[in-house]
Design a binder for this molecule. Sequence first.
Ligand code: PGA
Length: 262
Amino acid sequence: MSTDRKPAPPPRRLTDESPRVTVFHSDRAAARALARRIADAVAATPSLVLGLPTGRTPLALYNELASLAARGAADFSQVTTFNLDEFVGIPAEHPGSYRTFMEQHFFSLLHLAPERIHFLNGAAPDPAAECERYEQEIARAGGIDLQILGIGTNGHIGFNEPGPELDARTHRVTLRPETRRSNAALFGGDESGVPAEALSMGMGTILRARAIVLLATGASKASCVERVIHGRVTTAVPASFLQLHADVDVMVDEAAAAKLAR
Ligand code: PGA
């Protein structure tokens, strides 16, 4: 029986030097390729230390990883994780917390060892001490082997928001209005219910990871991706600092790649 379904086009590599850009025909294809890369890294180093993001973008990645784990194709039981950020002023169990998001979409599906899951505590009585504790935990784990990142439409990574300067270390941050807006869904669609502050790994914390992968999909990311790849390094686009790291992959779909030079 004939079928007119065409094979999916292969990924296109745009640059060979870090940041290496690879364009996939769909967001699903990008998520699949990144899931495979993570699974391969865990197979090679079962005790891998992974840095993880929240957001809509990594959902497809976490689904792919969960199905690899369910099929027995990946074993995350020895993996250590550090999440990038958390809201200030809400407990971990709050339905809008990033911790709850990760429990629902990743931790509970991949059977991680609870003692190897690391998270910033947004309800800590002394946020500065909490940030310092996190830096020390990362150092004690031997540093982050592979840091996965999403990107905000304003160019933020983690909650390192655009501004006149950036913090190198894990720190407390005031969220920009556009960032609170894009997180409203976690708080019943009410932007004013999104906490005004967060704790976030700093730019130096992120850049100390041995390898970094930025996943960006959808047309809303096309402008910031273009600035990250072709623009100058500037605190106005925090992700542009990834140009300073020697091992960065940027994995995008066609929509997010729309403004890149071909
Ligand atoms: P998104 O968020 O994946 O929901 O677009 C990305 C981010 O803000 O880092």
